[in-house]
Design a protein around this ligand. Structure first.
Ligand SMILES: O=C(O)CCC(=O)C(=O)O
Ligand SMILES: [Fe+2]
Length: 239
């Protein structure tokens, strides 16, 4: 199991201003080199150790695409627990600015334990961080990771495999729909890169000077060759 210290005890590897600016502009932002290759390999290797997980989902059975994933059980592996706690506070500041722009009364607490207490109080007690495995021909349909009334509007995914070496195809895709139409972005990721992205909706400037809502979804295009692993860190827990 990865044994890196929780990230809040180390210097953050992200620049909060750049993260906020990019998320405001695009609805997603990469965190290059978030994990070194050895941690990527260790996390991907957990897939075959069932004791780390609470459930396994075969995507084709649910119409989610093709491939499979497992939800981690509590306690989370220290590396994932550390990342979830360290990344939450800057993302909560960004999420609160978004809520204000959208005219929503929802505000997110400054630290993750307070937000999880809110989820748990509403019956959302099951952990949502997950490990995904795709083989040749697999894909992940465009979706939103909503698991109950409480939704934290940003989430993280980290590519654990090396494109070109471990797999080909399998691009991380984001779509955005506004009253003007739909657009798609392919997010460029290397092994160990993270992407922080909008779970469901975000504010975009309206032509009249205010804000309007953009609906976002994410998915993964078909893996052509090899095997692709990712870890997903969702901040709200599930019912
Ligand atoms: O495999 C990926 O890159 C996407 C995973 C995903 O849907 C998620 O982390 O929520
Ligand atoms: Fe997802």
């Amino acid at each position: 199991m990865p044994t890196a210290p929780p990230l809040e005890k180390t210097a953050p590897v992200w620049d909060e201003c750049r993260l906020a600016e990019t998320l405001d502009a695009e609805g997603w932002a990469t965190l290059p080199g978030l994990l070194p290759p050895c941690d990527c390999a260790t996390l991907a290797g957990l897939y075959d150790a069932p004791r780390h997980f609470r459930s396994r989902i075969v995507m084709a059975r649910h119409g989610f695409g093709r491939g499979e994933y497992q939800y981690f059980a509590y306690p989370l592996p220290p590396l994932i627990e550390g990342l979830r706690h360290a990344l939450y506070p800057p993302l909560a500041r960004i999420a609160n600015a978004w809520q204000a722009r959208l005219g929503s009364p929802t505000r997110y607490p400054a630290e993750l334990p307070e937000f999880l207490a809110r989820c748990h109080g509403a019956g959302q007690t099951r952990p949502t961080p997950l490990l995904l495995r795709y083989s040749a021909g697999d894909h992940n349909c465009l979706h939103q990771d909503l698991y109950g009334e409480h939704v934290f509007p940003l989430q993280l995914a980290i590519l654990l495999s090396a494109p070109g070496r471990d797999f080909s195809g399998g691009e991380f895709v984001m779509t955005e729909r506004t009253s003007d139409g739909q657009r798609a972005d392919v997010v460029p990721l290397r092994q160990g890169d993270g992407v922080v992205f909008t779970v469901n909706e975000r504010p975009v400037p309206s032509r009249r000077g205010g804000w309007r809502r953009a609906q976002m979804r994410h998915g993964v295009s078909a893996v052509r060759q090899g095997q692709r692993h990712t870890v997903g860190v969702i901040f709200h827990d599930a019912r």
